[in-house]
Design a protein. Structure first.
Length: 281
């Protein structure tokens, strides 16, 4: 896929917690078709890692811009690794970003992009970014915001506790993620992001298992050899039960975060699925 002549520019939007850095990606001037619908793209990283230069951020945005979309990437505030510590152990003055701060940032950027996008906006996210986007979509709908044209997710997780993994999925896991992405550790990561036990039950923190009224048409792409597919597949079923138009794919022989590895075949397949779906949306 040609990825040359994409132009970028950095700017920021103001949100409830201060400025939010963003990066704009514009298609090559010679593109035959440029979509009037921009894409807001939100990276993953377990809520605690990632930025505008992450390959999952930059390479995905570049690929989609090469295919005719204007893309905005979001440098949302990362969760602090303090959510599991009692308050008396936290350093005085140490930043403590947890839910809802990252969701607030994503909501603010989507809303700002919508104001200058009369044809509508498509929003996408990967892994933890998928969770943030899903929460932001519900927040926008609850607040009576403009409807989105669509939303897409790559290997996302959407539930406060990882749903039970089927035996055939557990047998397909390989490498270090077979031991790092076990339910106990993933649920601990979710608890850190939430900041409090009560926040785990908030629908805008983890939309899985809650009412999905107001959700736009959705594309879900899961990795084949990925524990978090247990959440993605259940969430796709929940969206269907809520009468949301859903397209669901599992990319064969891929592991979690394959959009962070542009040299792997799964990256090109994932981009193709996203681009084809977005053009229809």
């Amino acid at each position: 896929m040609l990825q040359t002549d994409v132009t970028t520019s950095d700017s920021s939007f103001r949100g409830p917690h201060g400025l939010i850095p963003v990066r704009w990606y514009s298609p090559p001037r010679e593109s035959l078709v440029i979509s009037p619908v921009p894409i807001v793209w939100v990276h993953g990283g377990g809520f605690v890692r990632g930025n505008l230069d992450l390959r999952e951020t930059h390479e995905v945005a570049t690929a989609l811009a090469s295919d005719g979309f204007r893309v905005v990437t979001v440098d949302y505030r990362l969760a602090s690794k303090t959510g599991l510590l009692p308050r008396w152990l936290r350093r005085a003055g140490q930043p403590a970003h947890h839910y809802p701060v990252p969701v607030d940032d994503v909501v603010a950027v989507i809303s700002a992009v919508q104001r200058d996008a009369p044809a509508g906006v498509i929003v996408g996210g990967a892994s933890a970014g998928a969770c943030l986007v899903a929460g932001a979509v519900l927040r926008l709908a609850a607040d009576g915001g403009d409807a989105l044209r669509g939303v897409f997710f790559a290997y996302g997780f959407f539930h406060a506790a990882l749903p039970k993994r089927a035996l055939d999925l557990r047998r397909r896991l390989r490498g270090r993620r077979r031991y790092m992405h076990i339910p106990a550790l993933l649920n601990l990561m979710h608890r850190n992001y939430a900041g409090t036990t009560a926040a785990l039950a908030e629908p805008f923190a983890f939309p899985g298992g809650h009412s999905l009224t107001g959700f736009p048409p959705a594309l879900l792409i899961d990795a084949d050899r990925d524990s978090m597919r247990a959440s993605g597949s259940v969430f796709a079923s929940e969206l269907e039960a809520a009468s949301v138009p859903v397209e669901y794919h599992v990319v064969p022989e891929t592991s979690h975060a394959f959009l962070n590895r542009p040299s792997e075949p799964g990256f090109a397949e994932g981009i193709q699925l996203i681009s084809s779906w977005a053009k229809q949306a």
